[in-house]
Write a protein that binds this ligand. Structure first.
Ligand code: NAP
Length: 514
């Protein structure tokens, strides 16, 4: 069903979108709804879903309630649980792609290797992994910030003879039953898969560098009666969505406005450890020494109980060396293992490598970001005309649903396209001054937020500049207000040489190679 119907030749479209997760797919649906059919979506995988397709480790689920973590225009009355498991979220996105007719625009198994702005032609030249060149007037990145796995730089790791894989590339063919397994990392992914594999494995050595704060997970199955109500009385589900949004949004107060409130919320997490972990030594290991919220707050009811089992050891002394069949910790203790699973997260602060995106005058995007990624409203970067990001720099959240932020950015980019069409513009490029002022104010607010004052080291912060380049420091409705409309005054607008019609309803050209 998800086979690519388009021939594998070059394409020429008004808009090219990279990625078909919540961001890229949502953008494609929005274009379709606004009558724009001249677009293509490049997807390196064989189907839609983005992070919810590639992450399929045991226990993978969203840690935001599904009634909120879904598109506002496509409620799903059939979620099985408050926090839906990954296969359901992936199926939901596949359903959206089908229902809103964007599948013919998708080119699966097409990995984009580079994109270069051609100033004379006012278009992006986009090269895929097969060396085929595509062009688009406007390029939209829906690649997400958490797609490139990060691996620990441990001496000797290349000599390990057992099985290794990252949580994002889970090998389901490798049977973990009765194996001795080392897990490195204790972040959002690890706390979901550790309880799933612990009952199977002979031994689980959990290498923890920093313990996360974990609060109880208010999960439960959604009853058949509730689903019937959501199906027949949609306003009930809308009200539930609004209530969840309001509850989560109130947490921004503690994250961004008054971090001292977090100390109170932390009591709940401390009580959670006390309730679930009796052994004072293990409890001490699992209790963070920074203020809750500084790193992502995790939710789980089964992680601590798994760690109290006799086949689990939590190792906090760090890894000194990896040998062919073992890991040696910094205390010199050697533990033999059959497999190492990396729950070590993603390269979030350097999302675009050098040599991939070239803007005006051939400037590499990496050189435009000496202090780490930054953009205007998370969407546009000076020197890179007609390039927009969904989930760009400083649009991540610690307290609410990313889908809300994604929909805000989609609205902004859709409005930009409309204005480009209406005013017959060949290019829009954010003013460096606008970008600078926006980021100065953002960084000022971030300095007072929990991620800066909470006393931790996190991937939210760029390792070289020390700037928080990933998170939005405030209420999500503030971001929505800021992105409701494209603001041409912040941009250099270049008129097109001759009039052309863009964005008007016309038959699809997506299937036709140019
Ligand atoms: P992560 O939160 O970045 O956690 C990575 C873990 O690996 C941390 O415990 C980290 O320790 C550890 N680590 C990294 N490098 C290490 C090294 N060299 N040696 C030892 N330990 C090392 O990654 P993740 O768990 O994959 O989650 C990433 C993000 O994905 C989350 O923050 C969240 O935004 C998203 N996510 C969301 C969901 C969801 O339900 N919505 C689920 C999973 C993931 P330190 O803390 O010391 O750095």
């Amino acid at each position: 069903m998800y086979e690519n119907p388009a021939p594998r030749g070059p394409t020429q479209h008004r808009v090219a979108i990279i990625g078909s997760g919540f961001s890229g797919l949502g953008m494609a649906i929005r274009l379709k709804q606004s009558g724009e059919h001249d677009f293509v979506v490049f997807e390196k995988e064989g189907g839609v879903g983005g992070t919810w397709r590639v992450n399929h480790y045991p226990g993978c689920a969203c840690d935001v309630q599904s009634h909120l973590y879904s598109y506002s225009f496509e409620p799903n009355p059939r979620w099985s649980r408050m926090f839906a498991p990954q296969p359901e979220i992936k199926a939901y996105l596949e359903h959206c792609a089908r229902k809103y007719g964007v599948l013919p625009h998708l080119r699966f198994n097409t990995e984009i290797r580079s994109a270069r702005w051609d100033e004379d032609a006012a278009l992006w030249r986009i090269t895929d992994a097969d060396g085929i060149e595509h062009t688009a007037k406007v390029l939209i990145s829906g690649m997400g910030g958490l797609s490139t796995p990060a691996y620990p730089d441990v001496p000797g790791i290349e000599h390990f003879k057992g099985k290794t894989f990252h949580s994002q590339q889970w090998d389901h063919d490798f049977d973990l039953t009765s194996k001795r397994v080392a897990v490195i990392g204790t972040g959002a992914s690890a706390i979901q898969f550790v309880p799933q594999i612990q009952p199977k494995v002979a031994r689980l050595d959990l290498y923890q560098r920093t313990p996360p704060w974990i609060v109880p997970k208010p999960d439960r199955a959604i009853t058949a009666a509730e689903k019937t109500v959501f199906e027949n009385l949609p306003f009930v589900q809308t009200a539930l969505r609004a209530a969840i949004y309001g509850m989560l949004e109130s947490r921004a107060l503690a994250f961004s406005v008054e971090p001292r409130i977090m100390k109170l919320a932390q009591k709940m997490a401390e009580a959670h450890i006390r309730r679930q972990v009796e052994d004072p030594v293990l409890r001490a290991k699992l209790t963070p020494d920074y203020t809750m919220g500084c790193k992502r707050v995790l939710i789980s009811d089964d992680y601590y109980p798994a760690l109290t089992q006799p086949n689990v050891e939590v190792i906090t002394s760090g890894i000194r060396e990896v040998r062919a069949h073992s890991l040696i910790d910094t205390d010199g203790v050697e533990r033999e293992v059959d497999a190492i699973i990396f729950g070590t997260g993603f390269k979030a602060t350097d999302p675009v490598p050098r040599g991939v995106v070239y803007g005006r005058d051939g400037r590499d995007l990496v050189d435009a970001w000496p202090q780490g990624p930054e953009a205007y409203k998370g969407a546009a970067v000076a020197g890179f005309p007609n390039l927009f990001f969904i989930m760009g720099p400083n649009t991540g959240l610690g307290h609410n649903s990313m889908v809300y932020m994604i929909e805000s950015q989609i609205a902004y980019v859709a409005d930009a396209l409309k204005i480009m069409d209406r005013r017959r513009l060949r290019s829009v490029e954010v003013h460096p001054a606008a970008q600078k002022a926006y980021n100065a104010s953002l960084q000022e607010r971030l300095q007072k937020a929990i991620w800066s004052v909470g006393g931790c080291k996190s991937w939210y912060v760029h390792p070289v500049s020390g700037r928080n380049v990933t998170l939005w420091p405030g209420f999500t409705w503030q971001f929505r207000r800021a992105t409701r409309r494209f603001d041409p005054l912040a941009y250099t607008l270049k008129p097109a040489g001759k009039p052309r019609s863009l964005g008007n309803a016309r038959p699809s050209t997506a299937r036709q190679p140019a």
